[in-house]
Design a binder for this molecule. Structure first.
Ligand SMILES: *[C@@H]1O[C@H](CO)[C@@H](O)[C@H](O)[C@H]1NC(C)=O
Ligand SMILES: *[C@@H]1O[C@H](CO)[C@@H](O)[C@H](O)[C@H]1NC(C)=O
Length: 634
């Protein structure tokens, strides 16, 4: 057998270790914790990030656009893993800002735009692409006034241009008026030094002006002629980019709550409506479960001991006849155990991330933080994955625990990995910044092989050493015949019920999540998300337990796989709803963004399926062990 020379293995482990540690450390990189003070006259860097659209899911790096002014030397900013995966590409720009100094008109450059690039500009403007610029970690915002014009709110980003769809002409925003809101911070220790300030707001007012010679908009003219782009296809055009800067003192906001304007969008009543709706569904189901439990624990037990069962009572006590079969290992248990392990892993990851976010630890000012933390947690939770997979594998009398651990560590992550890599092959070709760079891809694989997979095996090792979970009844040699089932317990109907009810609990919240993921809006209602998540878990457990109980009553003892599949069945609805969102809210005309959206939605639905399938599975397992313990047969 071929063996690696030992130095190859040693080098490889070293590479993996360094990369993985670097990634772990980098993922927790937080840009700046306290306020940054600028003294009067100090230069303030302006960074450009990316352009995004609410109509199509492909972002582009701002400096990858051929029609904008670029500095000669691009100075990239170091990004954390979450930012890279989100498609952020932050680069220092050549806009010269000076703290506290107004600039009325500065010319950035005159750019000669080739016909092809002008066409690209028109395409992006038509798709409503918004540019994200950053000053002092604040994204440049378009300002809105809602509710009797008194409350100012920010929407991050500003449009690259605007499009007149009647004349089919796109106009390029080549002038920006930057308003920097600041809060003066007196330096009490050193009186007499130049005044200091901290930046509390960054507003961008873009303008399209055709004024190639002078370079700046003639603001005395009522409506200056605008700069069209992408209409003349046969020759290049020269466009002058310019900007003005106004420093405005704003004492209504302080540095601590400067993000509030980005976050106060006032949809709260909708969230509450969704929660009331969800609680209602959940309580209804809880009632059904309570009735069942009461029957099981009181009336049924009493009747069973009387031993003169009437035929019509069999319907509710049928499940007791299954004592010799109910814990019979499922077919394909070697597949179910790894899926359960991965479900537990995803659940712990999602739960912890949401909790951290709800506690305000992952605020939007920590760009990319949510994704970085989620990834690190996913890797660390590999240990729970291996553990639960091994325990269930042992219950089903599996013997090759290591093989099971390897399947757990590689099957589901492998599916995710191959799907993401496949989509990226296409995204690379489209030049979008959401394509995962090769280096990042390498780091991700190294983390998977180097940390995640060993943790799964470690977890499986511990899980395998635990006692087998005990069952209150013994399994017979010969499987019992399953009688014909009533129509309402057929698989498609059960699937529909167990899928539709939990989906009804979450679809309102899901709309906001889709919006924040695909349209790059800040999602900040994590408190609501925790509430809805808890209600969802309760609902999934209740509906699955009810359906499986009815199924046991009609003497069908095949419940292992069913509880898993029923629990996760809302995934179908979630995927369909994502596609509905795709067709109604986005306007994607190209293949690559459509493919990316579909594949990522499928993966999200699959992750949901694993999570909630496992929740339902373990709850049903617990429930069945309890009811069979209660009857104490023989
Ligand atoms: C800059 O312009 C704003 C708005 O016109 C004005 O309030 C402010 O005093 C100006 N600042 C300086 C330093 O001139
Ligand atoms: C700006 O417009 C006014 C009014 O049309 C005109 O008098 C002035 O010369 C223009 N200034 C420049 C710099 O073009």
């Amino acid at each position: 057998m071929f063996r690696w020379p030992p130095w190859v293995a040693r080098m490889w482990s070293l590479v993996v270790l360094v990369l993985s540690l670097g990634q772990l450390a980098g993922s927790f990189y937080v840009p700046s914790v306290g306020p940054q003070y600028f003294t009067q006259g100090q230069s303030v860097p302006l960074y450009v990030n990316k352009v995004t659209s609410d109509q199509t899911p492909l972002p582009y790096a701002y400096y990858d656009l051929e029609f904008v002014c670029r500095p000669d030397q691009l100075k990239r900013v170091w990004l954390n893993l979450g930012e890279v995966l989100r498609g952020d590409r932050i680069t220092e720009s050549n806009y010269q800002l000076t703290a506290g100094e107004n600039q009325t008109c500065e010319v950035l450059c005159t750019k000669v735009i080739q016909p092809d690039d002008a066409l690209q500009a028109k395409e992006l403007i038509k798709k409503n692409y918004q540019a994200e610029w950053i000053v002092d970690n604040l994204p440049g915002a378009t300002t809105y006034r809602v509710r009797d014009h008194s409350v100012k709110t920010y929407e991050p980003g500003f449009p690259l241009g605007f499009y007149n769809k009647f004349t089919d002409v796109a106009y390029l925003h080549n002038h920006v008026a930057l308003h920097i809101l600041y809060e003066p911070v007196p330096d009490t220790q050193h009186p007499g030094t130049p005044s200091r300030m901290s930046i509390v707001g960054f507003e961008v007012y873009p303008l399209s002006v055709q004024n190639n010679q002078v370079g700046c908009p003639n603001l005395t003219v009522e409506s200056p002629p605008r700069q069209p782009i992408g209409n003349v296809v046969d020759r290049e055009i020269a466009v002058t980019y310019s900007y003005s800067v106004t420093w405005v003192q704003d004492t209504t906001v302080s540095w601590r709550n400067r993000w509030d304007r980005y976050l106060s969008m006032g949809y709260t009543s909708v969230h509450w409506y969704s929660i009331v709706n969800s609680v209602f569904v959940s309580i209804l189901l809880a009632g059904i479960v309570a009735v069942i439990m009461l029957r099981v624990l009181n009336r049924d037990l009493a009747m069973y001991s009387e031993e003169d069962l009437r035929e019509d009572q069999l319907e509710t006590i049928g499940w007791k006849l299954l004592h010799g079969d109910v814990f019979r290992p499922p077919s394909l248990g070697g597949l179910l155990a790894p899926l359960l392990g991965n479900g537990v892993q995803l659940l712990f990851m999602a739960g912890t991330t949401t909790l951290l976010a709800a506690l305000g630890i992952l605020s939007p000012s920590y760009r990319g933080g949510l994704l970085s933390v989620a990834l690190v947690l996913y890797v660390l939770m590999g240990i729970t994955s291996g553990y639960w997979s091994a325990r269930m594998y042992k219950v089903w009398r599996g013997t090759a625990w290591l093989k099971n651990a390897l399947i757990t560590g590689f099957l589901v992550p492998g599916i995710f990995f191959i799907a993401v890599a496949g989509v990226n092959l296409f995204i690379w070709s489209s030049n979008s910044s959401s394509a995962i760079p090769f280096g990042t891809f390498f780091v991700l694989s190294a983390t998977w092989f180097g940390i995640s997979a060993p943790l799964v095996v470690l977890g499986a090792f511990f899980g395998n050493r635990q006692e087998t979970i005990s069952h209150p009844v013994r399994t017979n040699q010969i499987p019992r015949q399953i009688p014909p089932q009533p129509w309402y317990l057929r698989a498609p109907i059960s699937l529909f019920i167990t899928g539709a009810v939990p989906f009804g609990v979450i679809f309102v919240e899901m709309f906001f999540m889709l919006k924040s993921i695909w349209q790059d809006k800040y999602y900040y209602m994590f408190g609501f998300m925790v509430l809805v998540g808890l209600i969802l878990i309760i609902t999934v457990i209740e509906i699955t337990v009810v359906i499986i109980y009815f199924q046991l009553c009609s003497e069908n003892h095949r419940w292992w796989w069913r509880s898993f599949i029923f629990g996760g069945s809302s995934a179908i609805f979630i995927f369909l709803y994502s596609m509905f969102y795709f067709f109604t809210r986005l306007s994607v005309t190209h293949f690559v963004p459509a493919l990316a959206f579909t594949v990522y939605s499928l993966l999200a639905a699959f992750a949901y399926f694993l999570c909630f399938g496992s929740v339902a599975f373990f709850s049903t397992y617990w429930f069945i062990r309890k009811i069979f313990q209660a009857v104490k047969l023989d």
